[in-house]
Design a protein around this ligand. Sequence first.
Ligand code: ADP
Ligand code: MG
Length: 349
Amino acid sequence: MNALFQRLIAPITKRKWFAGRYRLKRRLGTGGMAEVWLAERDDGRAVAIKRILSHLDDDASIRLCFRDEARLGSLLNHPHLVRQLEHGYIDQTPFIVLDYVDGLSLRQLAEKAYGAGTTLPLGLCLRLVAEVAEALYHAHQATDAEGKPLNLVHRDISPDNILLNEHGQAHLGDFGVARADCNQRITANGSLCGKLAYMGPQQASAERIDHRADQFSLAVVLFELLACRRLLADTTPARTLGRILYTDLPSITEVTVGLPQAVVKIIDKALSRDPEDRYENCGQFAADLRLVGRHFDACEDESYEALLAHLQSLDGQPEPLPLAARVKRRVRVRRWVPVADHTELGFVA
Ligand SMILES: Nc1ncnc2c1ncn2[C@@H]1O[C@H](COP(=O)(O)OP(=O)(O)O)[C@@H](O)[C@H]1O
Ligand SMILES: [Mg+2]
């Protein structure tokens, strides 16, 4: 039996210990390039281990991407970024060990609420997006060990890559396709990285982009959370691209009811077609979100747990947000959060 075949048929769970000190538990997710496993470190700490899919082990460009991701992870440190604990090699295959984020992804939370026929409270949406904007600001400012700016752009901001812990705090992860000056791989001109349905016009047409591309993508995430529908996604990639490049997108005021004017202004600015019209940086975007967010319950800790219990108590299976064209009704923005004992509803602002 050749070595490659052996690796294909031997799931990594068969090994009792991974890298000498991690016990693998279950697979958390699989992407195009890597798989992520929940594991327990020898000191009992829960971690997530990311490694290249075994059939891609020998792909030099994927190994380079993975090494770039590990290097960036070791240079970044922010309370709203998924923390990298270590990286290394096992049988010459690179792996990354991350703090385990024990909760839902933002996509899962949005789908849970939508499937239950309800919307997420405004204060929660504003807080989560502000947390990610702060994490992005940190990443955009990051430097290498010698203090040279990395000029980092995440390029894959989407609700799947925003993980919420059990207290409802956001953690941005997956720097797998991030661009940075310290990267060893070279992204060919014209190649697209990230999810098309969250890209701004510059990224989608493979122009040179900077950190303001991430701001646009994050604003798409906020729009979708509040409007309970997709903004750019369409039935085919070609139609999605057409929407991004050639369609006048609906303003959030056309698809929601009761959204404060201050929030409309923030979303419109961050979603500007021309990057010059967006916020200068994600720090300013976050500051404005925090400023309006002060008037609403940010839905943290017990309040977040009460919200999850409330969603659980409603009937319905998680359901993907519908495409824009399929929705005719405007969504009423929810300003209240379920109070702690979730027997009544608390009104906020
Ligand atoms: N630190 C973590 N804690 C919990 N789950 C994680 C963690 N990292 C990744 N995951 C899960 O694995 C999935 C894939 O991980 P990600 O880093 O986004 O890789 P990919 O490049 O395959 O998208 C995530 O969407 C998430 O569900
Ligand atoms: Mg991902």
